[in-house]
Design a protein around this ligand. Structure first.
Ligand code: NAD
Length: 340
């Protein structure tokens, strides 16, 4: 069956990318068609014209009139709950942008409604679909790194000026890495438990009253998992490093390259210090990354469509997204010292 998909918030930054990728998937995959777009911005008509499909100013009209079976919701996060619930109640499967919501209560409402109506609700934790993250995960699963000891993520950039910051960096950006770290911890059988332990806060360097830099430790048995995000850095970094008993892999999420620093032969795999002092990390390897040039958003949408077609759970569920949001909210609260 061909899935008839619409995009709500289609004229926005992410909405345009979703529409473009859905149209590209339509050409490569037989089971999806972009059939309608909606945005309160009247310029959405231009998009409708480009794609040769109807454009709606009122998404309710699209939900009732465009014979859809799925939608992508890319409106501002504060509106996710209302729009997602309307779409679910119209009987549609939904893919909503990250973060699922700004509050745990709203996230819970969406999750429970999707469950009750037996509709798929996938959340756009896009970095899970980054080809370099997939390669890193495969290396971990194949045992290339040995026993995982540390996972460290960095997401750094200058403060995004001109943006109305409704939340801090934990909820806006760190959620990408929290999701990936939780998934990796699950895959290696060392699941996250308890609460994050966070340091950071707000600084005089930005105009936000929310945290603009944060580092959090995510407790897991025998693994140090650390997520850092900052709006105070003069440059952009998106990096995930995994240290294992057989070596360390450093993944650059922007260039989509991995460098692997194996621990040399002849050393006790558990004697990291000896291996390092003997400089046996010198033999770097650059593992090939399949589908390196493919946009993560395309792979994410492909997964959404596949989960709808196959009637199965998507790789990123609403339940996962609720847990990620909860951790980000707790970390933000810790560093801000109370409610904001
Ligand atoms: N996955 C990522 O890497 C990533 C990156 C940026 C933003 N996001 C997320 O995507 C979402 C949108 O962010 P953005 O940066 O694209 O915002 P944006 O402001 O560029 O776009 C939002 C669009 O929604 C439209 N809109 C608002 N209310 C609407 C309504 N009731 N009906 C129809 N359209 C409506 C706006 O006119 C606008 O065009 C947010 O949840 C954000 O967190 C995700």
């Amino acid at each position: 069956m061909t899935n008839r998909v619409g995009v709500i918030g289609a004229y926005g930054f992410m909405g345009k990318n979703h529409a473009r990728n859905l149209r590209a998937l339509e050409e490569s995959d037989g089971n999806v068609r972009l059939v309608a777009v909606s945005d309160v911005n009247p310029k959405v008509d231009e998009l409708g014209h480009i794609y040769g499909i109807p454009a709606y100013a009122d998404y309710h009209e699209m939900l009732s009139g465009a014979s859809l079976n799925a939608v992508v919701v890319a409106v501002p996060t504060a509106q996710h709950c209302q729009v997602v619930c309307d779409a679910l109640e119209s009987g549609l499967h939904v893919m909503v942008e990250k973060p699922i919501a700004f509050s745990a209560d709203e996230a819970d409402v969406m999750f429970k409604l999707a469950q009750q109506l037996e509709r798929i609700l996938m959340v756009g934790h896009i970095e899970w679909f980054n080809p370099v993250v997939r390669r890193l995960v495969k290396m971990i699963q194949d045992g290339d790194l040995g026993q995982v000891l540390m996972i460290e993520t960095k997401r750094l950039n200058p403060f995004p000026t001109g943006r109305d910051q409704a939340v801090g960096i934990a909820i806006d950006l760190a959620v990408h890495d929290i999701f990936n770290v939780l998934k990796i911890l699950d895959l290696i059988g060392k699941p996250f438990y308890g609460k994050p332990l966070a340091a950071g806060g707000t600084s005089p360097l930005t105009s936000t009253k929310f945290e603009d830099h944060i580092t959090m430790l995510l407790p897991a048995n025998g693994v140090v998992a650390e997520v850092t995000a900052s709006w105070l850095h003069p440059f952009k970094v998106r990096q995930t490093t995994v240290v294992g008993t057989k070596g360390t892999a450093v993944a650059d999420l922007m260039s989509r390259e991995i460098v692997f620093y194996p621990i040399g032969e002849g050393f006790d795999a558990h004697d990291l210090a000896a291996a390092m002092y003997n400089l046996n990390f010198v033999e770097r390897r650059i593992p090939e990354v399949p589908e390196r040039a493919v946009e993560p958003l395309r792979l994410e949408l492909q997964e959404f469509i596949a989960s709808v077609s196959e009637g199965r759970k998507p790789a990123v569920t609403a339940e996962d997204a609720c847990e990620v949001l909860e951790i980000a909210l707790q970390a933000s609260k810790q560093v801000l010292g109370g409610e904001k």
